[in-house]
Design a protein around this ligand. Structure first.
Ligand code: PRX
Length: 679
């Protein structure tokens, strides 16, 4: 890998380097019906046609007024797309489909208890619900165009309804993944300065009815500690009329949405015509410092990009039953459950719960029952289903034409199970590489036109020109087997606009590293630094190795090492903490925490448990470490920096490199013996 500061550790550093060069061809019946079936599309999106090639995506939308400038580069790297154009995202995802598809299901929702009925929400019904909730937000809460509204909602149809209601008003929504803790949610509420928090009393997961409203109380409290007041907490009820939470409703602040909605029955709210570059939503993601980054996505560019990539890469047709089994709390759900498919007028399936409860056949049962033919999930889920129910797919009658994997590198043998067993060898598989920041896909095969190669995402997608640079900024040649930092040479409509409230950090993190000339208005001087290590094979296909920064991707969820470490330091007994990634059979990567205690404190299992609990409290269950190791001291440089790379080497049984220059080299063997005897 590229050279890195000594005290950092990266996933790419521990990545397994597989060499897989086998190609798989898309089935002929897929090619025959594909949205992108002819190679001329590659020509239409060639570099010479940039940026006008993206008009093809923008033309999938209905504009109130057309743009005069496709790409404005006057203030790099704050690119503006489709400048002068106006549109409303909700109108594009709902209203415009009424004429032809009023009675078609927009959303099919599968609740967790299998005894509970699946709900199909037609475009007409979605239109009604979105209008009524938009009226409630506007008239009861005073939400206006440009205001931020935070949601802390689980996988229920009320989540897309809430998103689209905000979009209708031109308000900026910020959904915090339901599994995040109240404290994590509160930090995001304060950062976005949201005065309204939308939550739900409870939801089903893994056979339990989870109390969720309690987290809203914590979130409000955390926001208050950060100097920000929440005025209103809107509580959807999982089962209107009955309350699934222990948390008391706070007079004047908390209201049940189902009690207020009747006041707005039949109200129609005019969709607000927004400039293309107006922000549509914020999506927080972990960064290299403790403060999460609110990635700000635009209305016109984002919506055009997700509509275009849904059409050509997800190959969604009006008659398909499309299921992206991600959580809407992540960018995948925003782009490829809600905005992309609904902009195309498709039917989008969403589900409550987990893929493996009540058993490992659940996913395939749903596919059979609903006639799902496009399926989208993450390697973690695939690994889990392969482990727990390797033969389950054979028990169900479903036929997929298309499958996606997203979020983490997928091992070739896992890919093959997905293709051969889950897809019954009938479906094309696309491995899509992208990020919260990028709005939509960056790397993938165009399913009918480019063969698949297990474990590689493929080339850059239409209109995206990736490149690998070494630390000095020289291009790493395709086929050289050398790893480096993958960057994108050009802007694209789905790229986020800035980090909410932190424009300098935006420039510094994503553009500074390889910017050739800070005074230049030529986009060629501003490559986008993705923060991933990668190699490129001679055929031009990329293989993503993992993050090169202090971010650990656990089961496709990004966690910042600094966030994890500061959560540990909330425990009184802890003096120092270091988070490192370790390889994990199911989740791809997991977190191990190394902690050193304050003088005079004796190590104990209790302290280990308290550290794990502190992380769950501060961040959420997804961050629970695989192991907490209490060590006598951390390996440190002479200047006192903790050498995470050395710890990661010990933890993963890989080379720790030269440790002779450490301030305390003896500690390395000490920790190694301890780990080897206990792992
Ligand atoms: O390291 C890459 C990995 O996930 C990171 C982005 O995470 P997030 O912003 O949460 O978005 C996930 C869903 C888009 C990337 O920097 N990643 C994403 N897709 C892939 C991947 N790694 C390998 N292969 C992929 N297909």
């Amino acid at each position: 890998m590229a050279a890195r500061p000594e005290d950092q550790v990266s996933e790419a550093q521990i990545a397994v380097h597989w060499r897989e060069e086998a190609y798989y061809s898309p089935p002929p019946q897929f090619i025959a019906q594909a949205n992108a079936a002819y190679p001329d599309i590659l020509e239409r999106f060639s570099e010479q046609r940039f940026p006008d090639c993206f008009k093809e995506y923008a033309d999938l939308l209905t504009w109130d007024s057309y743009w005069h400038t496709t790409l404005d580069t006057s203030k790099p790297p704050f690119w503006k797309w489709f400048v002068g154009g106006r549109l409303n995202a909700c109108y594009n995802c709902v209203d415009r489909h009424l004429r032809t598809s009023r009675n078609k299901a927009a959303i099919i929702w599968v609740p967790e208890p299998e005894s509970e009925d699946t709900k199909a929400i037609t475009y007409q019904e979605l239109y009604r619900q979105v209008n009524e909730f938009a009226a409630l937000l506007r008239d009861h809460c005073g939400v206006k165009t440009g205001d931020r509204v935070t949601f802390h909602l689980p996988m229920v149809p009320e989540l897309p309804v809430s998103m689209l209601a905000c979009a209708r008003l031109g308000a900026i929504h910020s959904e915090v993944f339901g599994g995040f803790s109240g404290a994590a949610c509160g930090g995001r509420v304060a950062d976005s300065q949201s005065h309204v928090l939308v939550t739900m009393d409870g939801y089903h997961r893994n056979g339990e009815l989870v109390d969720h409203k309690v987290k809203a109380d914590e979130a409000v409290e955390t926001a208050r500690e950060l100097g920000h007041e929440v005025d209103k907490v809107l509580v959807w009820r999982r089962n209107p009329g009955s309350y699934a939470s222990q948390s008391p409703m706070v007079e004047g602040r908390d209201v049940f949405v189902d009690e207020l909605l009747p006041d707005y029955r039949g109200t129609v709210v005019e969709p607000v015509s927004m400039p293309a570059e107006a922000p549509l939503f914020l999506m927080y993601t972990s960064g290299t410092t403790g403060r999460p980054k609110g990635c700000q996505h635009s209305t016109g560019g984002y919506l055009a990009y997700v509509a275009g990539t849904s059409k050509y890469y997800q190959d969604i047709h009006p008659e398909d039953t499309y299921w992206c089994a991600a959580d809407i709390g992540w960018i995948t759900g925003h782009s490829y459950i809600v905005y992309g498919p609904l902009a195309l007028g498709a039917t989008s399936v969403m589900y409550e719960g987990v893929p493996t409860y009540p058993d490992a056949g659940r996913v395939w049962r749903i596919a059979e029952r609903l006639g799902v033919n496009i399926f989208h999930t993450a390697p973690t889920t695939i690994r889990m289903l392969r482990k727990l129910g390797p033969d389950e797919p054979n028990k169900y009658h479903y036929h997929l034409k298309h499958m996606t994997t997203v979020g983490e590198p997928i091992e070739p043998e896992v890919w093959r199970w997905y293709h051969d067993v889950a897809g019954k060898g009938e479906a094309v598989v696309v491995d899509t590489w992208w990020q919260t920041e990028t709005g939509g896909f960056l790397g993938s095969t165009l399913p009918a036109l480019q063969p698949m190669k297990p474990g590689s995402c493929g080339p850059g997608v239409l209109g995206i020109y990736p490149v690998i640079y070494d630390e000095e900024g020289s291009e790493v040649e395709a086929g050289s087997e050398r790893a480096g930092n993958i960057c994108i040479r050009n802007p694209w409509p789905g790229i986020f606009q800035t980090i909410w409230g932190q424009p300098d950090r935006f420039v510094q993190i994503y553009y500074q590293k390889y910017c050739r000339n800070a005074d230049s208005q030529d986009w060629r001087d501003w490559p986008y630094f993705a923060g991933d290590g990668a190699t490129q094979a001679a055929d031009g296909y990329f293989r993503i190795l993992g993050r090169v920064d202090d971010v650990i991707n656990v089961a496709g969820h990004r966690l910042g090492t600094k966030e994890l470490e500061s959560a540990c330091l909330t425990v009184d007994e802890i003096a120092e903490a270091a988070a490192v990634p370790v390889m994990d059979e199911v989740r791809g990567r997991a977190v191990e925490m190394y902690v050193a205690l304050k003088p005079g404190v004796a190590p104990s299992k209790d302290i280990e448990a308290t550290v794990a609990e502190a992380i769950v409290r501060e961040i959420g269950k997804i961050a629970r470490p695989k192991h907490v190791w209490i060590v006598a001291d951390m390996p440190k440089t002479r200047s006192g920096k903790i050498m995470r790379r050395v710890i990661a080497g010990i933890s993963n049984f890989t080379d720790v490199g030269d440790v002779s220059t450490l301030a305390n080299p003896e500690i390395v063997d000490d920790i190694r013996h301890r780990i080897q005897s206990e792992k």
